[in-house]
Design a protein around this ligand. Structure first.
Ligand code: HEM
Length: 434
């Protein structure tokens, strides 16, 4: 900018000199063909003109100097242009290790070649910028290509395979074990298992999770599985609709998760009896074996905590995907691990924290997909046991009442508790009546 101004100043001066020269030449030619008296008269008549030209030149020069000063002053005060110390680079890529931290790539001329500088930029050297958009600190984000290759390649293959494997295992188990029956047969007497609020929380969580699962799987696998069937023209609006559904239904899931947590957390605190239950495989592998359990057995406690921790993790990573570049959950989590001596960042291949805002998004995306599929596998097993896998189980969430014999076989300690409560309530009623 300044050099432009100086150039134009120089140009103006040259033009003025040219003007003076031409005026001088005019004067010379006039003098040649006239008498001395004439020359004298002409010289006198040119004097005021010379004064005017030099005045104009000085005026233009002063004006230009003032203009240049005012422009440079305005630039120094500008809030858009970062101050001189605004750019501070931290080189966090292997390829850029030769550069020390807190150096501007352009200021490394006395230490390395331009080629090295550009190579560092090519491999994602990260700088800090004073503008709000922190992504501007990275000129070239080369991790994007490897992220895409991992996501669309091995990651989705493993995730798809996990769900398929879960379904196959459940089918094999069902073929081998059949439905787990109530050994003593249904008694016909009912026990209240879940209240309306418990079932509302469960179904809010369950229905929204199923919708989230279907719409999420379409985002991951739809292009490969659905698009060839329904065609590109239908797949576009279909996916757009499912994506919006996914975003909004997430809030219903979070609410359901919260209700279920509040209702059931106290019943899901692990205890010693759970070890015995687990050692006996919950009695599911052997007919007639029923290890004692409270309102929830150890298997259900695992489901409960899996759903709560997985659901929370899905909610947090989903939130960060909905409002991109706002959070740095991975950097803070890995830094917390490092603080207690666990180098999880390097074990998992993520590298040292802090990560760039774009890496944060990529890791979030991969994490969300992994957690989503793990939860789908867990829930497939849960739905199996809550429906065809076990006689009488569905009623607990359907009507809220279960058969007494079912309850005694699967939750004997809980039945004792309920009976004890009923007896003390009856006793209190009798006392009150007397
Ligand atoms: C069609 C789908 C589903 C059915 C038929 C179903 C069925 C059931 C049943 C019958 C119970 C009560 C078991 C008992 O009485 O002990 C239950 C409990 C539970 N369900 Fe579901 N459920 C379904 C989907 C889901 C989903 C999608 C989630 C979570 C994302 C979920 C989370 C839970 C949790 C945390 C419990 C309490 C712990 C447990 O019993 O395992 N359910 N479900």
């Amino acid at each position: 900018m300044n050099s432009l101004k100086l150039k134009s100043l120089k140009l103006n001066c040259l033009q003025s000199l040219e003007l003076l020269k031409s005026l001088g030449a005019q004067k010379h030619s006039l003098l040649r063909g006239r008498t001395r008296a004439n020359q004298k008269t002409l010289a006198l008549s040119l004097e005021p003109l010379k004064g005017t030209v030099s005045f104009v030149i000085s005026l233009v020069a002063v004006g230009l100097v003032l203009f240049i000063c005012s422009v440079s002053g305005a630039q120094a005060e500008s809030s858009v242009r970062p101050p001189a110390n605004a750019v501070k680079n931290e080189i966090n890529k292997d390829a850029a290790k030769k550069f020390q931290t807190n150096r501007i790539p352009g200021a490394v001329l006395n230490r390395s070649s331009d080629a090295d500088t550009w190579r560092a930029i090519r491999h994602g050297v990260t700088g800090n910028v004073s503008i709000p958009d922190k992504k501007a600190g990275i000129l070239v984000q080369d991790a994007g290509e490897s992220y895409r290759a991992i996501r669309n390649g091995p990651l989705f293959s493993y995730l798809g395979f996990s769900m398929l494997a879960t379904l196959i295992l459940l089918a094999i188990f069902f073929a081998w074990r059949g439905q787990v029956k109530v050994d003593k047969g249904l008694s016909g007497r009912k026990i209240k298992r879940f209240s309306t609020i418990e079932r509302t929380g469960h179904w809010l969580m369950a229905i929204s999770f199923i919708i989230l699962g279907i719409s999420g799987l379409n985002i991951s696998f739809g292009k490969t599985v659905i698009m060839p069937i329904i065609g590109k023209d239908a797949f576009g609006p279909f996916t757009h609709f499912l994506k919006l559904t996914h975003n909004y239904i997430a809030f219903a899931f979070m609410l359901g998760l919260l209700i279920a947590f509040v209702c059931w957390v106290l019943h899901n605190i692990p205890n010693r009896g759970d070890i015995n239950w687990l050692l006996k495989g919950g009695g599911i592998f052997k007919k007639g074996e029923h290890p004692p359990a409270g309102k929830f057995n150890a298997g259900q406690k695992l489901i409960f905590w899996g759903v709560m921790i997985g659901g929370l993790s899905l909610s947090v990573s989903g939130w960060a995907l909905m409002f991109p570049f706002e959070y740095s959950f991975f950097s803070s989590t890995m830094s917390a691990f490092s603080a207690i001596g666990l180098d999880v960042g390097n074990w998992t291949g993520l590298g040292n924290a802090p990560y760039s805002v774009i890496q944060e998004q990529q890791y979030n995306n991969i994490w969300h997909a992994i957690m989503g599929v793990l939860m789908i596998c867990l829930i497939l097993a849960h739905i199996y046991i809550g429906t065809i896998g076990m006689e009488g189980a569905y009623d607990a969430m359907g009507s809220g009442d279960v058969d007494e014999n079912w309850a005694i076989e699967h939750h004997s300690l809980w039945v004792e508790e309920v009976k004890a409560q009923e007896r003390s309530a009856d006793g209190a009623n009798v006392q009150a009546a007397e």
